[in-house]
Design a protein around this ligand. Structure first.
Ligand code: ADP
Length: 957
């Protein structure tokens, strides 16, 4: 920027100086002109004066000669020797000579011989006439005459002269330029004697004229600058007055030459002005030229400087670049000798710079130098202007490098080879990676060639660009013939849409999209799993994988799965049946035990009864465990979430073991965190089942003096979800480390612990683990032999919505005496049971409770009884011959008002779905066998109350 301003300043400075120079030159020119015009005028005046003087002097001389000649004529006339004839002849001859010698001067010559007067004259037409006057001429009439008398006074010569004409003729050959005037001042009168200009009325200003007259009278030469006027014209002139003698006649005669001032200067002016103007124009031109060329020069200098900067910057950059590129620059002359090389050469080639230069100097030097020279020669032969080669070079240390030589060959204007400028770069790394690329390309090709799948590449519209099919039978066409076809023409019509969809989706999302196609390849229908994915922005690829055999296998698998499913269902059914079959006799057994318990027994009997009861209960538990596990295995377990308080619930479960713990002398303690007191939602029954199992085990495996501590914690996962963690820690016998992983296997018991002193099935932990996992948690076991054990489980719970809960109904914890409850809770009962043993047991139980009841042996009988009798509640066995319990319930419900009756189902089936079926059939409640006295009594009490309420309501209506 600063530089630019500098250039502009220089430019303006040049212009100003140039203009000043022009003005100066003009001033100088004008003053020079003035000087030369002054000197010219002076010299002109001088010249005019000289001319005038010359002319006047010549006239004087001529007049003097004329006077001499006149005297000579007198002398001739005085010659006495002449005879009359000669005399006359010679007189004429001499007279003529005088006439001719002074043309225009003599008007008439009178020769007065006393007696006669001869006269001679020259006419206008140059005829010389001699005449004779009888008397003397009337000379007084003439002003301009001279006369001569001889000494003897015999004759008299009288010349009548015309000085004006003579002078006029005489000065004709004096050239005065245009505008020159010649005059005579004769007796104070100005007479124009100009031959070609008839300026008879030429007037000179009075002042000058006066001076001229004065000077003429004094016989002084004068030079004047006068003003003249002629007719309408007027002007200035330079006038020279030269007084001269015109013989004896006119003593005051002046010759006046005048030139116009303009004519003096105009010549100078025009020539000078022309030259000067040319010069000034030349000068201005030069200045402008200079200014322009300066501007151009400055501009080009600026450009040059900019270019120089640019070049030096580029050079620096290039140097950096070269260093980065690992390269060096070199120049060589036409002989191939390196004249310059950059320092990096040593880095690249491993040879010192001097060695490198030397190698190219000698003829037949280093082999690589020779071959590079050879390359140049070949390029020249082939009329190339550059060389671009890659070259393997071995460094002195044995390292192999790949070089790229790029050289520009330089020629002069005449096309002669001058040398070369080249760059040599080490491209080993690029070369290696290029090789690697080629190799990996080959590997890829190998891979593709050996892939059993069929591979296509397409353009973005789906047109096949390349096809690779290992199995040439693919699509009934050789792979080459597929090129150029559209993918969508290759697939069967009904599959085009989904193919298009997958293809376009893969292209747009740039992610693999898979589609299954079924294509007729000639022999049979072949299944393909086709994966579409974009190769790059312009190309797509697909891999057709033949999955026909997989499909066949899958089909087999599905069939196998179906078979397994069927087997599993059979197993479940078997289990259900088994449970039913075992439970039925158990029902009788335990029922009787319950009945016995209600009778009065002695101490020994009570003890035996207690043992039978325990065994029965154990057996029932075992069956329950086996069933639980089978249910879980068969995936037939559901989660029933209810709202509960974890801390409260835990406390209740642990309470169950207080008695046992106390008996064993084991301390049982619980602790909770603050969140455990919140209301949560989850399958509390299943959680309780796990807690019971863990605490039960802990108490079981902890000897006297030990302790069992249970800790409950809740932790928020996110939002309303919580982890509940329950840890049961004991100081019991512990578990060997190697056995811990197997504890959750079904029926697994630790050898040492199963010394029969501990009862159990080995199913508890297996079930616990399954349930815990079902509820999103895990079961962890830590233990050391003899150091006690720590069992912990987590489950996911949901925080219960904030509800205003009414007080839970308080359960009468006092032992209820059920015998004869029918009086307090009357009900008209129908018992539907086909099994005799069960019928017996139920009869005993109901009798004990004090109820009178009707019996039906199947569903149809139930309906019959209902038609005849007034019944409040039916205890309905589900499995009955003929019309079973479910069907009978359905029919009862379909009867409308008469069907308004309570039905409690009885079944040995414990699966949830069995209960569900019962409710769906219209049953109000469900009891699983074996039917225990207390549970039946509680149910009857509940429905008796409901029945009472209903009755009262219908009565009030
Ligand atoms: P079981 O009905 O036999 O108790 P479990 O699955 O509950 O079945 O337990 C399997 C076995 O794990 C037990 O037989 C016992 O050997 C071992 N075990 C369980 N809990 C403990 C404990 N707290 N201390 C020592 N051993 C235990």
């Amino acid at each position: 920027m600063i530089r630019k301003i500098g250039y502009r300043r220089d430019y303006w400075l040049t212009l100003i100086i140039g203009s000043c120079l022009v003005v100066l030159v003009v001033l100088l020119g004008v003053s020079f002109f003035k000087a030369i015009s002054d000197s010219d005028i002076k010299s002109r005046k001088e010249f005019l004066r000289k001319q005038t003087e010359l002319a006047a002097t010549e006239i004087e001389i001529a007049i003097n000669r004329f006077e001499d000649d006149s005297r000579m004529l007198i002398d001739f006339l005085e010659d006495d020797d002449l005879d009359q004839e000669d005399y006359s002849y010679d007189l004429t001859k001499n007279a003529r000579r005088i006439f001719h010698n002074y043309p225009g001067l003599i008007d008439t010559l009178w020769v007065n011989f006393q007696d006669s007067v001869n006269y001679f004259t020259l006419t206008e037409r140059n005829d010389f006439i001699r005449g004779l006057y009888p008397n003397a001429p009337p000379l007084r009439d003439y002003r301009d005459f001279v006369h001569y008398l001889d000494g003897n006074q015999k004759f008299e010569l009288t010349f009548l002269l015309n000085p004006v004409r003579f002078t006029k003729g005489f000065v004709t050959h004096y050239y005065l330029n245009n505008g020159g005037s010649k005059m005579l001042l004769l007796g104070g009168e100005l007479i124009n004697i100009d031959s070609h200009q008839i300026k008879s009325d030429l007037e000179i200003d009075k002042k000058s004229l006066k001076q001229i007259n004065k000077d003429a009278a004094e016989g002084v030469i004068g030079v004047y600058e006068v003003k003249w006027r002629f007719d309408a014209e007027s002007g200035n002139g330079v006038l020279v007055e030269y007084p001269f003698n015109f013989g004896k006649i006119y003593e005051e005669l002046s010759l006046l030459f005048m030139v116009e001032s303009n004519s003096i200067t105009s010549g100078i002016y025009s020539t000078y002005l022309f030259l000067f103007s040319c010069f000034v124009f030349l000068l201005i031109g030069t200045v402008v030229f200079f200014a322009l060329s300066l501007q151009n020069r400055l501009e080009s200098q600026r450009l040059l400087e900019e270019n120089a900067n640019e070049i030096s910057k580029l050079f620096d950059q290039q140097n950096i670049l070269l260093r980065e590129l690992r390269g060096f620059v070199f120049f060589h002359n036409y002989k191939g000798e390196i004249t310059r090389v950059s320092d990096e050469v040593e880095d690249i080639l491993g040879h010192p710079k001097s060695e490198f230069l030397e190698a190219f100097k000698r003829e037949g030097g280093h082999k690589d130098a020779v071959s590079v020279k050879g390359l140049v020669k070949r390029a020249l032969k082939e009329n190339k202007s550059f060389i671009n080669v890659e070259y393997d070079f071995e460094k002195p240390n044995g390292e192999l490098v790949r070089l790229r030589i790029f050289e520009k060959l330089i020629f002069d204007k005449k096309g002669r080879f001058n040398g070369g400028l080249g760059i040599c770069t080490d491209i080993t790394d690029q070369y290696d990676s290029k090789l690697e690329l080629i190799e990996s390309g080959k590997r890829l090709q190998n891979l593709i060639d050996n892939i059993p799948d069929t591979i296509f590449t397409y353009d973005n519209s789906g047109q096949v660009l390349e096809a690779h099919a290992k199995d040439k039978g693919f699509l009934k066409a050789p792979d080459d013939s597929l090129v150029g076809k559209s993918l969508f023409d290759l697939v069967p019509a009904h599959q085009i849409d989904k193919t298009k969809f997958a293809f376009n989706l893969a292209r747009e999302t740039r992610q693999i999209q898979t589609v299954d196609l079924e294509i007729d390849t000639g022999m049979e229908n072949t299944f393909f799993e086709v994966r579409f994915f974009p190769l790059d922005s312009k190309r797509m690829m697909s891999v057709f994988k033949d999955i026909t055999s997989q499909r066949v296998w899958e089909k087999g698998l599905v069939e196998a799965m179906n078979a397994a499913d069927q087997a599993s269902r059979a197993k479940s059914e078997f289990l259900a049946n088994m449970s039913h079959e075992i439970r039925t006799p158990m029902n009788g057994l335990l029922g009787i035990i319950d009945l016995l318990d209600q009778t009065t027994l002695d101490a020994e009997q009570t003890q035996y009864l207690e043992i039978i009861k325990n065994s029965g209960n154990s057996l029932l538990n075992i069956i329950k465990d086996i069933l639980d596990y089978s249910k879980i295995e068969a995936g037939k377990i559901d989660i029933h979430s209810i709202i509960f308080c974890p801390a409260e619930e835990l406390e209740k479960q642990v309470q169950i073991f207080f008695g046992l713990a106390q008996k064993k002398g084991v301390i049982l303690q619980t602790s909770y965190d603050s969140l455990s007191g919140e209301m949560m939602e989850g399958d509390v029954e299943k959680i309780n089942q796990i807690v019971l199992n863990l605490v039960g085990n802990a108490v079981k495996f902890t000897p006297k003096g030990g302790s069992v501590s249970i800790r409950l914690e809740l932790e928020n996962i996110s939002g309303e979800l919580y982890y509940m963690k329950c840890t049961v820690k004991d100081t019991g016998i512990g578990i060997p480390a190697d056995q811990i992983p197997r504890l959750t296997d079904p029926f697994y018991q630790v050898e040492s612990s199963s010394s029969r002193s501990y009862q159990g099935t080995g199913l508890g932990l297996a079930i616990a683990k399954k349930i815990v996992e079902l509820m999103g948690g895990e079961l962890t076991i830590c233990s050391e032999m003899g150091q006690g054990a720590e069992f912990a489980f987590t489950v996911i719970l949901k925080k219960a919505p904030e509800l205003i809960l009414s007080d839970p109904p308080t359960v009468d914890q006092n032992r209820v005496k059920w015998n004869g409850m029918a009086d307090e809770y009357p009900l008209k009962i129908l018992l539907a049971e086909d099994n005799d043993l069960n019928l017996q047991l139920m009869t005993l139980i109901l009798d004990q409770l004090g109820y009178d009841f009707k019996v039906a042996r199947d569903g149809n009988e139930v309906l019959d009884v209902l038609d005849r009798k007034d019944i409040d509640l039916i205890l309905m066995d589900v499995q009955m011959p003929g019309l079973n319990g479910l069907e009978a319930s359905k029919q009862i419900r379909q009867r409308g008002k008469k069907g308004d009756i309570f039905i409690i189902g009885l079944s040995a089936n414990v699966f949830d779905e069995d209960q569900k079926k019962a409710y769906e059939a219209g049953m109000d409640d469900y009891l699983t066998k074996p039917i225990r006295l207390i549970s039946l009594a509680e149910k009857l009490k509940e429905y008796a109350i409901k029945n009472d309420v209903r009755r009262k309501k219908s009565k009030s209506r």
